[in-house]
Every structure is written in structure tokens, then in C-alpha cells.
Design a protein around this ligand. Structure first.
Ligand SMILES: *Cc1c(COP(=O)(O)O)cnc(C)c1O
Length: 380
């Protein structure tokens, strides 16, 4: 694609950071891991960060830390990346799909309430497109029903709500450092939390649930360890963490650029009756991971499909985030979900389109996308 939908922004300093880590002799778990954890936790304002090798592993670690078991239910929004629901299934639990709000595609608190039953253990909010979910309402529901509120913040490093950053708004929050996300480590993820016990559980989980890590074995000179539970190799390497630290230094600039480009789309599309940007409650607090527009009206679905084909043919990377998770064949088969479960999500999925947005884009790229959209004839 001539204009990518999402893309990493790397520079010389990133290369220098990685090659310094390569020369340090550590490669995998070493000093950069703790430095990166402290840097991300410090940035969001959480006490602890636990680095893992993907956002999916971060979500899985949260499920393990909460001790989600077969038969347990966890409420997730239907419009999200499948990993939000998969992490529940990894533990043998059942994801229960809540509908979303039509103007933001954020989880609808009223729908969450209807999804809660006697087996519900937790709710995972998703900060869709980079905008914080309605944490005050979700927190109220979780508290009154004795549930744990968690966050999939994979879109939202740098987003905030009422002055508090995503990463501190739920008991645990997952982040992803995949190349299209706010900062990258190639592949990578992290969980932030204020709870030391949960952080310790996740640190063990990422290394086979050994009761002692390499450091404590080194310190007392003993080779002995116990495997206390079923764990995984979810470790993030030292060189990846060095890249993450270098990237985090530029996060403020990345966010500034994303917000400026989103603003330019907003201004250019204002008043367009065929193409409506999603609602953002607070531009300054939005991490602008995705720029999503809706095609309203009866012909909206056909217009979306036409826009997708036209832009792809013109070399513009567009995408749909996301197909409702409950309609994928795996979920239908494993959990008996079907069309009609989340009507707002199902309707939205036919009429949304994600336009290119990443820090390496020029303002002229935005102008080009908008001009291609305005040349197209839309159906009423
Ligand atoms: C990217 C993403 C994930 C998964 O992250 P990976 O690092 O790709 O495993 C999970 N949830 C959401 C909402 C995401 O966007």
C-alpha cells in the first residue's frame, strides 16, 4: 500500500538502543526488561509493569492472575480484537459478549449489566480506537456485583480519562507493542497494575510458574525450583525491551502527530452526510490508535464496501476493525453465539471503515484520502 493503515515509526536512536542491548550480552531476560517495565508503569502511573511477549500473552496473564477457571464467565465487548475473548477461553472460561454504544463503539454498560450472571468473575473493558471506555459506569457495576474490572488497553497507551491514564483505570490493564500500536517492540506486551500480588503471579506465569526466578537462584547458588502451576514461556527479550524504552521516549510526539492527523480528518469530513467519524469525547485524551468512520443510512453498508474497494485500488490501506467476535465460527461452535446477540455491534460492523493513521503519515496523505472519498459517488 502506498499509504499504510497503521505502521511503526523507527529511527536511528531505536537502532542504537537495540545494538547496545545486543552487545550487552543479555539478549533475553536482563536489565532492560525491568527498566522497560518501570518506564511504562511510571508513564501510566501504575505501581507495577509485567512485560510479556505479546498483548495476547498480557491478557492471558491477567486471566491466570485472577484464577479464571473452567465454567467462569468474563464479559467482553463484541467489537474488539479476538484476543480479548480468547484469553478467557485459554483458561477454559466462557467469554460473554456485551454490545457496544453506536457512536463510540465502546462497551455499553447497560449491556454489560445484562451479561452478568452467577458465574461472572470479571469484565474486560476495551479502549476501542484509543478512547478510554466508560470506567466510572463499569467500575460501579463491577463493585456492586463483586466483579473485577480489567482493561484491554492495547489501543490506548497514552489515553486518559479525567486526568488518569489508561493503565490505572482498572485492576489490571494489558498493552500491546505490535508494530501498528502506539509504540513497538516488534512483538510484545505488558500488564500494568497497582496490586503487587497479581504482578508476582504474572511474573511467574510468564516463566513456567517457577517459584523462583533466575535472579534468586543465582543469588543463593541453588539449582532447585518448583513448578507451582501451569505456566508458559511468555518472556519479552532484553533487546526488545531496549527498543521499547527507546520508543517510549518518543510516545508524546507520536501521540501529538496522531491527534493532529485525526483533527485534520475531522475538519475535512465535518458536514459530510455520507461519512461520519466516530464520536470522541475528548480529543486531547484520545490516543488515536485508529481513525474509524461510519457510513450512515440505509446504503451505509454498500457505501462502506465501495469505499473499501476504491481506496484499496488507489493504494490506500484501509481496514475494518472489527468483525463482531461472537460471529466468528469458533465462537459459534464453542459457545453457541449467533447473530442477534449484539445488534449494535453487528450493524456497526457492516458500516465502519478504518482510515490510515500513524505517526509517519504526512498531512498531505490525509488530504489525499479525503479527496478520494469526496470524489466517490455515494448512494443515498
Ligand atoms: C493488538 C491487540 C491485542 C493483541 O495484541 P498482540 O500484541 O497482537 O498479541 C489485543 N487486544 C486488542 C484490542 C488489540 O488491538
Amino acid at each position: 500500500m502506498r499509504i499504510a493503515c497503521g505502521q511503526q515509526s523507527l529511527d536511528e536512536s531505536d537502532g542504537l538502543a537495540v545494538s547496545a542491548a545486543l552487545r550487552s550480552g543479555w539478549l533475553t531476560t536482563g536489565p532492560e526488561v525491568e527498566r522497560f517495565e518501570a518506564a511504562v508503569a511510571g508513564y501510566v502511573g501504575a505501581r507495577f509493569g509485567v512485560a510479556v511477549n505479546s498483548g495476547t500473552a498480557a491478557l492471558h496473564a491477567m486471566m491466570h492472575a485472577l484464577d479464571i477457571q473452567p465454567g467462569d464467565e468474563v464479559v467482553v465487548p463484541s467489537i474488539t480484537f479476538a484476543a480479548t475473548a480468547n484469553c478467557v477461553a485459554f483458561q477454559g472460561g466462557r467469554p460473554v459478549f456485551a454490545d457496544v454504544l453506536p457512536d463510540t463503539l465502546l462497551m455499553d454498560p447497560a449491556s454489560v449489566e445484562r451479561c452478568i450472571g452467577s458465574r461472572t468473575k470479571a469484565v474486560i473493558a476495551v479502549d476501542y480506537a484509543g478512547q478510554a471506555a466508560d470506567y466510572p459506569a463499569l467500575d460501579e457495576i463491577a463493585r456492586s456485583r463483586g466483579l473485577t474490572l480489567l482493561a484491554d488497553g492495547c489501543h490506548a497507551l497514552g489515553a486518559s480519562l479525567h486526568g488518569r491514564r489508561v493503565g490505572t483505570l482498572a485492576r489490571m490493564t494489558s498493552f500491546s507493542f505490535h508494530p501498528v500500536k502506539a509504540i513497538t517492540t516488534g512483538e510484545g506486551g505488558m500488564v500494568t497494575t497497582d496490586d503487587e500480588g497479581l504482578a508476582q503471579r504474572m511474573r511467574k506465569f510468564r516463566c513456567h510458574c517457577m517459584d523462583r526466578d533466575y535472579k534468586s537462584r543465582e543469588e543463593d547458588g541453588s539449582w532447585r525450583y518448583d513448578i507451582v502451576d501451569l505456566g508458559y514461556n511468555y518472556r519479552l527479550s532484553d533487546m526488545q525491551c531496549a527498543l521499547g524504552i527507546s520508543q517510549l521516549k518518543r510516545l508524546a510526539r507520536f501521540l501529538e502527530k496522531r491527534r493532529a492527523l485525526a483533527k485534520r480528518y475531522d475538519v475535512a469530513l465535518a458536514g459530510n452526510k455520507h461519512i461520519k467519524p466516530l464520536l470522541s469525547h475528548d480529543d486531547a485524551a484520545h490516543a488515536r490508535h485508529l481513525y474509524v468512520v461510519r457510513f450512515p443510512g440505509e446504503a451505509g453498508g454498500a457505501n462502506r464496501d465501495a469505499a473499501y474497494a476504491m481506496l484499496r485500488a488507489a493504494g490506500v490501506g484501509v481496514n475494518v476493525h472489527y468483525s463482531p467476535v461472537h460471529l466468528f465460527s469458533f465462537y459459534r461452535r464453542a459457545f453457541g453465539t449467533a447473530a442477534g446477540l449484539c445488534p449494535v455491534a453487528e450493524d456497526a460492523a457492516t458500516r465502519i471503515l478504518t482510515l490510515p493513521l500513524h505517526p509517519g503519515m504526512a498531512e498531505s496523505d490525509v488530504d489525499e484520502v479525503v479527496s478520494l472519498l469526496s470524489e466517490q459517488r455515494w448512494r443515498d
